[in-house]
Design a protein around this ligand. Structure first.
Ligand SMILES: [Mg+2]
Length: 387
């Protein structure tokens, strides 16, 4: 059956509880991230009995206007969602996948295998929590071990304790100690580090010199990027750890569009700057968020990243379902780097067709995103009503 035979008749909204496996603390600049959160899911129905679900957090009135529309006018399987319906980007991908009986990663081109590497993005400053009685570095190792036992094999360590949570030199030394302890405990794991722009170039060089034998896989947002500092960082890494990649563009002042827009919350001129940095060999991996930039925007952007020598790894924190979307993007579009795994689950959203083992996430060969919901777990509900 083709999309033009389907008209949207009803949109339901469900709010579910999101749960991390432990209390998630601070990074260099923000937190704590806590233990629970909320996830808003929309289910779109058509007059042919098809439905699709996905994350969609905008107000009901921003999506009810699409009731009565033909799915074909909102979504093209080869491109994605029209800009005006960007608030329904994820549910429309799922809906089209169910109508066409195709996994999203195949709809996007299946340019990579459906088993991909992921890392846990949930290793925060656990050593500093609770703030009045900090547990020390063992707490970071316990977090790594917990995620390891859940199927993860690779770790992204938050660094930047000296930005505001510790005295600068002590914080920078703690970052070194944590990095070395995790490397020693998990000798076969990829170790990524993420400073959330909490370092300066000179401090970062001192940190990295002390961990340069730790085979750091990538450095993420070491400092607020400038061409001059990135050039210096690249030259430094080439000397001391040439295999280490530079990952960036999760956040910056360009991230302030109001959706719906072609790149969600990202600005076109900011992305143009990214392509230029890639073409100069200064950025290896781009990290725009899979939710706030969107699946359709990633479909537009990934070929341009590839043309400029940049890999993609859509940012997924702090939603386990965003890991699934990021994985679908990378399996579908190719040109991907290791994907951010967000430990935890959404109570009421079944993701059991996905498997995580030894740091490899395997995507199901099933229509759409292959997610289902348990309505008995819903915390809040609204319904456009059927017509
Ligand atoms: Mg980050």
């Amino acid at each position: 059956m083709s999309l033009d035979e389907h008209k949207i008749t009803r949109i339901e909204s469900f709010t579910f509880r999101r749960e991390f496996p432990r209390y998630m603390g601070h990074n260099a600049k923000a937190g704590p991230h806590g233990k629970t959160g909320f996830e808003k899911i929309r289910r779109i129905h058509t007059n042919q009995g098809a439905s699709g679900i996905g994350r969609s957090a905008s107000p009901d009135e921003s999506v009810y206007c699409f009731i009565g529309c033909s799915v074909e006018n909102l979504f093209d399987p080869a491109i994605g969602t029209v800009v005006e319906a960007g608030f329904l980007d994820a549910p429309l991908h799922d809906l089209a996948g169910h109508i066409l009986q195709q996994p999203v990663w195949k709809m996007m081109g299946a340019r990579a295998d459906n088993s991909i590497e992921i890392y846990t993005g949930g290793i925060y400053f656990d050593d500093l929590d609770p703030l009045g009685s900090p547990r020390g570095i063992d707490a970071v190792l316990e977090a790594c071990q917990q995620d390891f036992e859940a199927g993860h094999a690779h770790f992204k360590l938050k660094i930047g304790r000296g930005f505001k949570f510790m005295e600068t030199s002590k914080g920078d030394q703690r970052d070194i100690d944590v990095t070395r302890v995790v490397r020693d405990a998990f000798p076969n794991s990829k170790i990524l580090i993420d400073a959330n722009d909490g370092y300066t170039l000179p401090r970062f060089r001192r940190y990295f010199e002390a961990v340069s034998d730790c085979e750091i896989y990538w450095v993420e947002e070491p400092f607020m990027e400038t061409v001059e500092d990135l050039e210096a960082l690249r030259a430094f890494l080439n000397d001391i750890s040439p295999q280490t990649m530079i990952a960036d563009f999760e956040s910056r002042n360009g991230r302030n569009e109001q959706p719906p827009s072609p790149f969600g919350r990202w600005r076109a001129d900011h992305l143009a700057e990214l392509y230029e940095l890639g073409s100069k060999g200064l950025i290896d991996v781009a990290l725009m968020d899979v939710g706030s930039m969107g699946l359709t925007a990633w479909r537009k952007v990934m070929p341009l990243l590839e043309a400029n020598g940049i890999k993609g790894s859509p940012h997924a924190w702090d939603a386990p379902l965003k890991t699934i979307y990021a994985a679908q993007v990378n399996c579908g579009l190719g040109n991907g780097e290791i994907v951010e795994g967000v430990p935890g689950l959404v109570v009421g959203v079944d993701t059991s067709t996905y498997t995580l083992k030894n740091g490899i996430l395997t995507l199901p060969d099933r229509p759409g995103f292959s997610l289902s919901i348990d309505e008995s777990q819903v915390l809040e509900y609204s319904d456009s009503g059927s017509n």
